[in-house]
Write a protein that binds this ligand. Structure first.
Ligand SMILES: Nc1ncnc2c1ncn2[C@@H]1O[C@H](COP(=O)(O)OP(=O)(O)O)[C@@H](O)[C@H]1O
Ligand SMILES: [Mg+2]
Length: 184
């Protein structure tokens, strides 16, 4: 069964992720690669995740987006398990949600059409663009509606040959790691 297989892979990969060395250095490498992609350079309105421990960190990207005068939006979840991206500025207030993820307190919702690039977290990814999250399905539900480029960020250790996929799983267009870019 796919769902049990996902559960098993999540357990394995969470353990594996804890062992990754030089995360800050690798985050810098991912950041540099992202900044050099055409997708980033051409984007005017980016949706970017606020990272939790273990994920590729995104402060530098968020900062770069402000400096490059892009419109920046961060995700915020709701009780009905939906998610929206809210437009931010350098002074926007943030608050931790129930998963411990920083999110905007209150600001303007950016519509699906407005965002041209989404920078997406994941527990692990496959080289064909498949993504495994933590099991909430938030990004799958959100990304179904978006037309922006879907860019996943990962440490190279978190790339697998393949992942089990369900009909509702949304594939990334591009995954950037500290070593490669994988286009699907
Ligand atoms: N578009 C959708 N509509 C309804 N349910 C969805 C949708 N996308 C995902 N889900 C549900 O969300 C749950 C978690 O999805 P899953 O892919 O396992 O999590 P994640 O993507 O976070 O790893 C699953 O039960 C899945 O069926
Ligand atoms: Mg999924």
């Amino acid at each position: 069964m796919d769902i049990q297989e996902k559960h098993f892979i999540r357990q394995q990969m969470k353990a594996k992720r804890k062992l990754i060395a030089d995360r800050d250095q690798k985050t810098n490498l991912v950041t540099g690669r992202v900044l050099r992609t055409k997708a980033w350079q051409q984007s005017k309105q980016v949706g970017i995740y606020a990272a939790i421990e273990g994920e590729v960190q995104t402060e530098a990207l968020i900062q770069a987006a402000y400096e490059q005068h892009k419109r920046v939006a961060l995700p915020k979840i709701a009780a009905d398990r939906s998610m929206q991206f809210l437009q931010m500025n350098k002074n926007s207030l943030m608050k931790r949600n129930r998963y411990g993820i920083e999110e905007p307190c209150d600001s303007q919702v950016l519509t699906f059409e407005a965002i041209d690039l989404l920078v997406i977290p994941g527990l692990c990814f496959a080289k064909n663009g498949d993504r495994l999250g933590y099991g909430g399905g938030y990004y799958d539900r959100y990304l179904k509606e978006t037309k922006g480029i879907k860019m996943g960020l990962a440490f190279n250790e978190m790339m697998l040959e393949e992942l089990p996929r369900e009909e509702t799983d949304i594939r990334m267009d591009l995954i950037v790691t500290d070593q490669h870019e994988y286009w699907s």
